[in-house]
Structure formats: structure tokens, C-alpha cells
Design a protein around this ligand. Structure first.
Ligand code: GLN
Length: 537
């Protein structure tokens, strides 16, 4: 059994400092040094999971193989580490309270008063240690969401305090991520906010072992010394995290600053083996030095917040690098598309991606985008709702079923080419009840999907309630749209294609969740390649 070591990452001063990227970058360096590492995120909100959240709240809802609906940071963890995460990697306050309350109802507390300390903190500590107890990991990095000082973060910080004490200083450490702002008028970097946030952490009984300081300008040795003095750390434990061109530079920047070295020293682990980052840097190199460019339209209804489509835009970066091509995304709000302007808004695109989504807002704009891609031979990728829109568009405009629709948008439509899955018919609760997680799919050999995957059996992640209505399969195939990927157990159509189009694929699953730096997703690679070909016409 491994003696798993724990690294906690807290945040101070403001949110959005990029704790997830720092955690993922550190994990990457440790992984390159031969350690098995995983990362966990603790989210202080009361939702059980982000599955019920509007993407405008915290961005995309990420889905794991085991069907957990999670925070988007888990996407970064997978993209950096190239290993899958699971439900255990994301815990929310809602989930913590739910399990404590369920235990209380079963009488598990034997008549005791149930309290935040010790019952909630015990549950948090249990969830933190679950991953370590699998025996699979040398190091578990736990990112605490939110900012130190938030009321809802308190039980988490208290749990960290207890774990640090129980495990001992060579087995558990805290990295505190803060901001060192630059005051242009004074021409100076300011340390006070960091001092205050460390003080706040210390009031809860936790002193950071390492400070990682986000900054727009180089932090001088003098400032590092000052931060060290006021925050009870050594100067070499003050790590600068300067703004980077891309998140994929951060592992190299953290290596140059010695973050992984300091962590290993503190945890009494060997740092003999150096990180190489060979494949990683090969990817970064190609990403930064593209030889061509394409423009791909992303048609969605949450485009005001780009984080709503995080995994899609990252998948474009991976696929772009492997094609040595810069992928420029044109963000197009599906609600803004009208029959009059669609031509103008989509003109010049080398590829069109119709995004996942729920509900009827902006639906007709998505249908129009599919039509434009189909009629103008523009490479097209439809994901989940985007695939459903491709089926609807084809049924309406090619077959002539003018009222073809999905029962999600029109309950009693006459031609429900997309309808509710049978398994969903009696589902009344919203949370965690969709068809979720990894499902097998058999790919037809004679298809562009097969050309991309080069495999007949694939496994992809799902998150939906509606599906292709097989009552229309024969009619749709007859008219020229082919079902080229089928779930071997249920017969559900997972992929549709137009063989007479340069590259037109709709997938019921979410390929974007499985794209990583070291394994760019084959469909995205194929899509960018097709867009590149289109751009040369
Ligand atoms: N709203 C559609 C469904 O539930 C599509 C979901 C999605 O795009 N993730 O089937």
C-alpha cells in the first residue's frame, strides 16, 4: 500500500486565479517525474453537482466516464494528465450534506447531535482520502474551490487543518494561490492583498507551505523576500506565476520556478528524476508555430461565456496543433441568426460546429446553420443537440417533413424525428438522471467516422435525454443521411453522416470531453483537417 501524500491548493484575494491550471501543471510535472498523481476538486456550493446549473453560472458541465456531472476543472485535469477522473474527483457541499443527512436518517449517529464539526468535516476528510485509499496514487492534489474567507469555504479549510495535523508535515502540505496586483499609477507590485489572505488562512489555523503568486509583471527577489517575511514561508517557497500566452505553458513555467522541486522536498519525496515533457513540448511547439489557419464557427446559445464550451475550444487547440493549424473560433449566437442574415454571418467559415444545449432558445438558428453547412459543402460537426438539429434539418429540408422536430421543443409534433429515450419516460427528477457517461458504439467501416477513429468499437461520453427516433431510420437513410455509429446493445443511433458531403458528422455523444494534449480527439483532428482542405479551395 502506498503512503499517499496530500497537497491542498487554496485560493486567496480573488476567484478566477486559475487554481485548476496550477494544480494540473504541478500534477503534470510530478507525473513526468514518475509519480502517480490525481487531482480532486472540492466545490463549496450546495448543488449536489453542476448538472443542474446553467452554464452561465460556472461554465461547462464536464462529464466523466463513470457518468459524473462535474466542474470544468476536471476537464483540465484530464487534458493535462491524460488519465480519466471519476465521481470521487469532484465533491460539493451539497453531496457532503446529503450523505451526512442520509446517515442521520438511518440512525448512524446513535443519538448524537449532528454538527459541522465533527460530522461535516469528517465527511469532507473521508471524501479527500477516498482517492488515496485506492492505493493507486502517490500524491493526491485537492483543490478547494472558492476563496479563503468565504463563509461556505470554512468547513473545508477546517478539514484541511485537521488533515495536516493528522498526517504530519511530510505527508500533507498547502499551496496558497494569491494575486500580486500591479498598481500602474504607483508603478509597483503590491503584496498587501496576499498578506491579508494568508492572515485569513492562519486565523483558521492553516499556514501555507508554499505561495504561488499570480502576477502580470516579474516579481523581484525583494518582493519575494517581503512576502516570505510576512507570510511565514521561506523565500524559495514563494513561486511566481506570471501571465502566460497559453495555459499549456504553465507546466514549463512552474518547472522553471521550481514548484515541483519545492513540493517534493517538503513531502520528503525523491526529485532525482527530472520531468522531460517531450511530447508535451512537441504539442506546445506546434500549437505556437502553426503553418496555416482556419476559421470555425461555433454556433451556441451560451457564447457570451466562452467557458460554457471549454472542452470544445480546448479540443480545437489539441486538434489544431496536430494539424499544425491555428483554429480561430467565430462565436455565433444561435439566437442572432435570421433567414436574412445567416448567409452573411456564416460566410467565409471553413467549418461549422453546432454545439450541445437544452431547451428551445436559439433552436431555429442552429437548424439554419446546419442547412448552410450542408448546402455549401462546409465541414460540419454537430455535437449532441447539434447532431439532433442535423437530423431535424435533413428531415425538414431534404425529405420534406416540414414539421419534423424534437419532442424536447414540441411535445406533440407530428414528425418527432428526435424523441425522448424510452429509459427516460418515467424520469421526473432533473439531477443526475440523464443518460450519462461512457457507452460503447459500433462504427460502420465504410464511413468518415471510421476514417477518423480507425476503429470499429469506440467508447464515448453522453449527457442527454433525447435520441434519434428509429421509426424514421429507413426513411432518413433512403434520402441519403446514414447512421454510421450504433450502440450495439440498445440500437440507439449515435452517429449520422452525409456521405455525399466533404465532411458532415453529427454525434449524439460528447467527443470534446475525451480530447487531451497527448491524445487529441480523432473527430476534432478530422474536422480541422477537413476545414483546412476547405480553406484551400
Ligand atoms: N437537449 C438534448 C437532449 O437532452 C441535447 C443534450 C446535449 O446537447 N447535451 O437530448
Amino acid at each position: 500500500m502506498k503512503n499517499t501524500k496530500y497537497v491542498f491548493v487554496t485560493g486567496g484575494v480573488t476567484s478566477s486565479l486559475g487554481k485548476g491550471i496550477i494544480a494540473a501543471s504541478l500534477a503534470k510535472l510530478l507525473q513526468e517525474r514518475g509519480y502517480s498523481v490525481t487531482i480532486q476538486k472540492l466545490d463549496p456550493y450546495i448543488n449536489i453537482d453542476p448538472g443542474t446549473l446553467n452554464p452561465y453560472e460556472h461554465g461547462e458541465c464536464y462529464v466523466t466516464d463513470d457518468g459524473a456531472e462535474t466542474d470544468l476543472d476536471l476537464g483540465h485535469y484530464e487534458r493535462f494528465l491524460n488519465i480519466p477522473t471519476s465521481q470521487a474527483n469532484n465533491v460539493t457541499t451539497g453531496r457532503i450534506y446529503q450523505s451526512v443527512i442520509n446517515k442521520e436518517r438511518k440512525g448512524a449517529f446513535l443519538g448524537k447531535t449532528v454538527q459541522v464539526i465533527p460530522h461535516i468535516t469528517d465527511e469532507i476528510k473521508h471524501r479527500v482520502q477516498i482517492l488515496g485509499e485506492t492505493g493507486n496514487f502517490d500524491i493526491v492534489i485537492t483543490e478547494i474551490g472558492g476563496t479563503v474567507g468565504d463563509i461556505e469555504s470554512l468547513p473545508y479549510v477546517e478539514s484541511v487543518r485537521q488533515l495536516l495535523w493528522e498526517k504530519g508535515e511530510e505527508n500533507a502540505i498547502v499551496i496558497h494561490l494569491t494575486l500580486v496586483p500591479y498598481l500602474a499609477a504607483a508603478g509597483e507590485l503590491k503584496t498587501k492583498p496576499t498578506q491579508h489572505s494568508v492572515k485569513m488562512l492562519m486565523q483558521s489555523g492553516v499556514s501555507p507551505d508554499i505561495l504561488v503568486c499570480r502576477t502580470e509583471h516579474e516579481i523581484s527577489d525583494d518582493i519575494k523576500r517581503k512576502l516570505a517575511l510576512f507570510c511565514n514561508v521561506k523565500k524559495e517557497d514563494v513561486i511566481q506565476s506570471i501571465d502566460a500566452d497559453t495555459i499549456y505553458d504553465v507546466p514549463n513555467l512552474m518547472f522553471e520556478e521550481g514548484l515541483d522541486q519545492v513540493v517534493l522536498n517538503k513531502l520528503h519525496l525523491s526529485s532525482e528524476k527530472q520531468p522531460q515533457l517531450i511530447e508535451w513540448n512537441n504539442f506546445v511547439q506546434k500549437h505556437k508555430n502553426p503553418t496555416s489557419e482556419v476559421e470555425i464557427g461555433l454556433i451556441g446559445k451560451y457564447v457570451e461565456l466562452h467557458d460554457s464550451y471549454k472542452s470544445i475550444t480546448e479540443a480545437f487547440i489539441h486538434a489544431g496543433s496536430s494539424n499544425e493549424t491555428k483554429v480561430n473560433v467565430r462565436w455565433i449566437h444561435s439566437e442572432s441568426l435570421t433567414p436574412k442574415n445567416v448567409e452573411k454571418k456564416l460566410q467565409g467559415l471553413n467549418g461549422i460546429l453546432v454545439a450541445p444545449g437544452f431547451g428551445d432558445r436559439g433552436i431555429e438558428g442552429k437548424v439554419k446553420s446546419v442547412k448552410y453547412a450542408r448546402e455549401n459543402n462546409i465541414p460540419f460537426l454537430g455535437i449532441c443537440l447539434g447532431m439532433q438539429m442535423a437530423v431535424i434539418e435533413f428531415s425538414r429540408n431534404v425529405i420534406g417533413l416540414s414539421d419534423a422536430f424534437s419532442t424536447e421543443m414540441k411535445k406533440n409534433c407530428k414528425n418527432p424525428v428526435i424523441n425522448l429515450m424510452e429509459s427516460q419516460e418515467n424520469v421526473t427528477e432533473k439531477g443526475g438522471t440523464m443518460r450519462l457517461g461512457a457507452w460503447d458504439c459500433k462504427v460502420l467501416k465504410d464511413s468518415k467516422t471510421y476514417d477518423a477513429y480507425k476503429s470499429e468499437m469506440i467508447s464515448e461520453r453522453h449527457r442527454h435525454r433525447y435520441e434519434f427516433n428509429n421509426d424514421y431510420l429507413a426513411q432518413i437513410e433512403e434520402a441519403g443521411m446514414k447512421a454510421t455509429g450504433i450502440n450495439p446493445k440498445t440500437g440507439l443511433v449515435e452517429v449520422v453522416e452525409l456521405p455525399n458531403h466533404p465532411w458532415f458528422i453529427g454525434v449524439q455523444y460528447h467527443p470534446e470531453y475525451k480530447s487531451t494534449v497527448l491524445n487529441p480527439h480523432p473527430l476534432f483532428v478530422g474536422f480541422v483537417k477537413a476545414a483546412l482542405k476547405q480553406s484551400k479551395k
